[in-house]
Design a protein around this ligand. Structure first.
Ligand code: CA
Length: 590
């Protein structure tokens, strides 16, 4: 069911919404459908999926708000995430029929009336002692399907709530939190299924992608992302990942091989494939695991019907720097020699930007998107790194500490989790990147369940005097950086771009920033009172264009940032959803 714009205008709020739901229950149009999700980008009145559609382009065709009038954008309400648990708000809100669903730190979620900013309900997961999130108590967003709101928790559970009441409908376990599994990503919805990865690569877990019936939570398939582990489909064995064990891993190392799928994935209905990235091989000390260590630090394309790996592309074979290959793989088409190329792009932790054929994973091109990369000279014709052997941290070989190296980028990456955006108008990717390096060394380590499994030590350091963060407009056809905005603190929030020639992102300094998508000129700046590490959205309601972003400093930088953490230690934590719109008098037709 869809509540009409006129209903909303007449002030019928949530009561009317829930009544309408119950009146139409059993009606095929009730709730969020697969078609709604596939059409999320084109239907500008709602945001029903993370990434503004399962392809994750984060592009809105709305242009009422544009470079001519964005300076008039004003806050209409701000909603506090409350309590004492205000840190690391990495969430992207969803909006459906005038209700916003937003997750917060410590596995909490709210429904908010978009017209008033008032709370409709709150759900807080009861977390056990002993959860082991590596990189702050974050949550990146929820999923909507049918009349359910689905989100994951730090103790590796997946919870489906009734969208009208916030009451639990089903709950499933994704992994054993005592062994280091956790969950922070927004779940992906594809073909009636909710599709998830897992976090825990620093604890020697085994990465996997799993599909469940979104209405019931029943497991459909499970696909481990480390070679040697068995997959399952409808409760039956469905083939060992990679065919057999010990091809690209030595001895028993594959048993705790990491490759955590912690950032979730994207789905492209056009080629009917799921795209998931995989994290570092475990442990970090690469001397303990000679070989490529498949399918760590890779992008894997998975058949959504069977859970079989259709293709893979490994960005950092035999990773030795914690260059997780989890970053989002974004579908886009472009024209070349009169033909449409079905491509996908990803900006890796390792500092290289890759364009692949999204039908078969073939390497099209790759180029650096950050400066001064030390660990590789470049990429070969198949996209494999040309290693600088001296820049791999040295083998401890019985000593307490191997030779230390200074490597660029740092392990927090040329780009970390924060999602980039792709504009269908400019053909550019807007990449939130960071320019930094690290001292890194290896140490001996052995696996122990529930303990950190690194075998490495590190200190992150800036490499430029005036900035670490760098928002870059990247041309995926030429490899050219078209414009760059330098930010003093590391960027840690997602990006949004619109047909109004706008790019939005947030900064740890607290600003929601707007840029001219073609030139990079700063066209908007508003201080939200705490660092922004969330992902902005825009939608249209009652004929007006809204923008929302969650503010609340935290995430991995203050925890792991070494010398960089010192430069951000005075930033205030928070937890606030800010919603903006353009006053009606400022809307000019273009
Ligand atoms: Ca990692």
């Amino acid at each position: 069911m869809r509540i009409s714009q006129s209903n909303l205008k007449n002030g019928l709020g949530v009561a009317a919404l829930s009544m309408a739901v119950s009146l139409t229950s059993g009606n095929a149009s009730a709730g969020v459908t697969d078609a709604d999700i596939v059409n999320d980008q084109a239907n500008t009145s709602d945001i029903v999926h993370y990434g503004i559609g399962p392809q994750g382009q984060r592009f809105s065709p709305l242009n009422k708000l544009n470079t001519d009038n964005v300076q008039n954008l004003q806050p209409v309400w701000a909603f506090s995430l409350g309590g004492e648990k205000q840190r690391g708000q990495e969430s992207q809100p969803l909006v459906r029929d005038g209700v916003m669903y937003v997750t917060g730190s410590y596995s909490r979620i709210w429904a908010i009336d978009v017209n008033t900013g008032e709370e409709i309900w709150e759900y807080e997961a009861r977390l056990p002692d002993g959860i082991m999130p590596c990189c702050d108590v974050v949550n990146r967003g929820a999923a909507l399907y049918d009349d359910l709101v689905i989100f994951g928790t730090l103790d590796a559970k997946l919870v489906a709530l009734d969208a009208a009441t916030g009451k639990p409908v089903w709950k499933k376990t994704l992994g054993d939190y005592k062994a280091g599994y956790s969950y922070t990503a927004a779940p992906l919805i594809a073909k009636g299924m909710v599709i998830t990865g897992v976090s825990g690569g620093e604890f020697g877990i085994v990465g996997k992608v799993e599909a469940r019936d979104a209405k019931t939570g029943e497991l459909v398939w499970s696909r481990p992302t480390v070679e040697g582990h068995m997959g399952y489909l409808n409760g039956k064995e469905n083939g060992i990942t990679g065919g057999k064990a010990n091809v690209t891993w030595p001895g028993d190392m594959w048993k705790h091989g990491g490759a955590a799928t912690w950032l979730g994935g994207t789905y492209d209905p056009d080629v009917d494939l799921l795209f998931f990235g995989t994290g570092n091989p475990a442990p970090w000390n690469s001397w303990l695991r000679p070989g490529d260590n498949l399918y760590s630090a890779s992008r894997v394309a998975i058949d959504p019907d069977t859970g079989k790996i259709a293709w893979h592309f490994q960005t950092t074979p035999h990773d030795g720097w914690d260059f997780d290959g989890v970053n989002e793989f974004i579908s886009f088409d472009y024209q070349e020699n009169g033909k449409t190329v079905k491509a996908g792009a990803t900006a890796d932790r390792n500092g290289f930007f890759y364009v692949l054929n999204r039908e078969n994973g073939d390497f099209i091109r790759g180029f650096p998107f950050v400066n001064n990369i030390t660990w590789a000279k470049g990429l070969d014709d198949e996209g494999r790194p040309l290693y600088v052997d001296d820049n791999r941290p040295g083998n401890p070989a019985g000593e307490k500490k191997g030779a230390q190296v200074f490597a660029i980028p740092s392990f927090l990456g040329g780009k970390n989790w924060m999602p980039m955006a792709y504009s269908q108008d400019t053909g550019l990717f807007y990449v939130p990147s960071n320019e930094w390096g690290m001292d890194i060394w290896n140490e001996p380590v052995s696996y122990k369940s529930g303990a950190a499994y690194l075998g490495a030590g590190f200190t992150i350091k800036p490499i430029f005097d005036d900035h670490i963060g760098s928002l870059k407009a990247v041309d995926p056809k030429s490899g050219k950086i078209v414009w760059e905005y330098k930010n003093p603190a590391p960027l840690w929030g997602g990006v949004l771009t619109t047909a109004g020639n706008l790019v939005f992102t947030g900064t740890p300094e607290g600003y929601l920033m707007g840029f001219d998508a073609r030139t990079g000129e700063v066209v908007y700046k508003f201080n939200t009172g705490s660092g922004i590490v969330g992902s902005p959205i825009t939608w249209e309601q009652n004929g007006e264009q809204f923008v929302s972003v969650v503010s609340g400093w935290g995430g991995a930088v203050p925890l792991w940032g070494g010398e960089v953490a010192k430069t951000v230690k005075n930033f205030n934590q928070g937890g606030m959803v800010w919603t903006f719109k353009l006053p009606a008098r400022n809307v000019a037709t273009r």
